[in-house]
Structures are given as structure tokens and as C-alpha cells.
Design a protein around this ligand. Sequence first.
Ligand code: GTP
Length: 323
Amino acid sequence: MLSTRRAGAEAAVAARIPLIVLGGFLGAGKTTLLNHLLSQADRRVAVMVNDFGPIDVDASLVASHDGETLSLTNGCICCSIGSGLDAALIRVLERKPAPELIVIEASGVSDPGRIAQVGLSDPMLQLEAVVVMADAGRIVAQLDDPLMGDTVARQIRAASLVVMNKADLLGPGEAESVEAELRARYGALPFLRSSFGRVPLERILAHGPGGHAPDGDAHHHEDPDHPFEGGVWSAPGMLNADRLIAALKGLPADVIRVKGRVVTDRHGSAVVQLAGGRVRIEKAPAAAEAPRNELVYIGLRGRGIGAAVSAALDALAAESRAG
Ligand SMILES: Nc1nc2c(ncn2[C@@H]2O[C@H](COP(=O)(O)OP(=O)(O)OP(=O)(O)O)[C@@H](O)[C@H]2O)c(=O)[nH]1
């Protein structure tokens, strides 16, 4: 009798849909890892992306795959994924055929532990892992930063697996010392190292949710004290690629992350990223809508980042229009 009941319970667990929550600070490489996972997936994957700005940049960068991509827009750039998550999950769980894996990419300033709570409480879901990406060369400085440190620490504490990404930018022995530092602060964290998020999906699934309970402590999106603010910059016309790169590199460090679509004289329609002080521009597939320049940015609050972005980019756009 007992074994029949246990078999029933095991069957119910087996029928649950595995869920991976993907978190980590701004620009650490979440979307890059997500696309790598999707390129390996031999199953139907529902992807939910919670970006920090009002434009769905990340959703548009998620590679096409078997399954749908939902964008969880979030009125606040802070940490809460909001009520949209419940509604989106219901929609995904009602899909026929059902997805075989759900991946939620949290925004870079949100707490993946709060999102994981949803996975833990829904009987249809099996939380497989809370994967937290770290920009390995910057994570210790980010944790030590008096303004962003709390957000980053909350993310690491929620992790069942930390992916030390951007290993290609590290010097010899640096990965080991960063991992030792994180272990000294947060205990026996499991780590995987990667460059460009190249982590086998099976290693994440095999790893399991681990012993780190999702933290999910109270930092509500109503919290007026969160240290981030963001905005959107847009302009028509074609930008000079070299001057765009110089303008983005010249932004103050308080502007932590910029991403979006641009049109440049060298690339045509392109995706541009500023993360960790580095600028990357990649040619984009022709956009369905009329090409224009549209960037979202996020950085520290009260430091005039909107004005800094405008000062750097408005002049560039005006110059491009003039000739
Ligand atoms: N050098 C290097 N660059 C990387 C690596 N992984 C990602 N990047 C680059 O870092 C930038 C940010 O990567 P994303 O995957 O968009 O980061 P994200 O965490 O999704 O960013 P947000 O969602 O905006 O917080 C992009 O320009 C990537 O190409 C890596 O391992 N090495």
C-alpha cells in the first residue's frame, strides 16, 4: 500500500515540468547562456524573459526554438517580476502540447530567489536549478560596491549553481581566487566556468536544485530605495559606428548597462551592447519594423545617467543627420 502510494507520488513528480530560473547581475551573460541552452535543447522549451526596461530587447534576442518566448514586462526596473509571472505561467502550463522545460530569465536587477519561490509553490512545476551568472572578473567588485552590492549578494545567495562567465577575460589563476572569495563569503557554492555561456544543458539539469534555498527576501518593487534607474534613448538616422562605440565607451561608469538596436554606417541594422565597460555591435537580421536607433540603459540612481546618455548620443545622432 505504502509502495503504491509512493509510486503515485513519484509519478506526480515525474509529470511536473522542469523549471530553470536564470539570474545574475546586469550584463553577466544570461541571454547568451539562454541561447546556448536553446541551441542544445532537444525538447520544447517555454522561455520567459523579464527585462529591465520598457522595450523587450532580450525577448527579441532570444534565439528561435521549439516552444514560445514570452516577455514579462515590468513597470518597475527594480526587482519584482510582478503579477505578470503568474498569468504567464498559467498560459504556458495550459499550452497543448505542454512545454518540456521552462526557463525564466530574470532581469539583471531582480532577485531570482523570489521567482524560484513561484516554482517551488506550483505543483505543476519542478524547480531544477537557480542558475546565477556572474561576470567572473567583476563579481567581487560588484559585491563590494556600496550601492549595487546588496542586489548582487541577494542573487548569489539564491543560486543553486553559479556560472562564472566571461572566463575568456580572466588572467591565470583569477577564476580560482574569485571562487575562493565567494566560497569564503557564501559557503560551499557549486561553480561552473564558462565563456559565452557555453554550459551543457545536461550539466545544469543533472546538477539539481542543490542545497541553497532560494532567498527571496523582502525587497518589494514598491521599495523606493532601490539604487537603479533606467530609460530609453531613441533617434532616427544612421549612426557612425566608430563614434557610437567611442560615445558608449565614454559614458560614466554609473551607466552600468546599455543595449538595443541601432543602424550604423558599417553594420546596417545592428544590436549594440555595453556591459562591463565593453561595447559589442553585431549585425542584426533585418528588422520587420522601420529601422531606428533605440537603446535601453540602466545605472545608478540620482547620478544623472539620463543626461549623460543624451549628452553622448544626441550629438552623435545630430551629426549623423547633418551628414
Ligand atoms: N567576453 C565575453 N563577453 C560575453 C560573454 N558572455 C556574454 N558576453 C557579452 O556580454 C554582453 C552581455 O551579455 P548578455 O547575455 O546580454 O547579458 P545579460 O546578463 O543577459 O544582460 P541583461 O539581461 O541586460 O542583464 C553581450 O555583449 C555578450 O556578447 C563571455 O563569456 N565573454
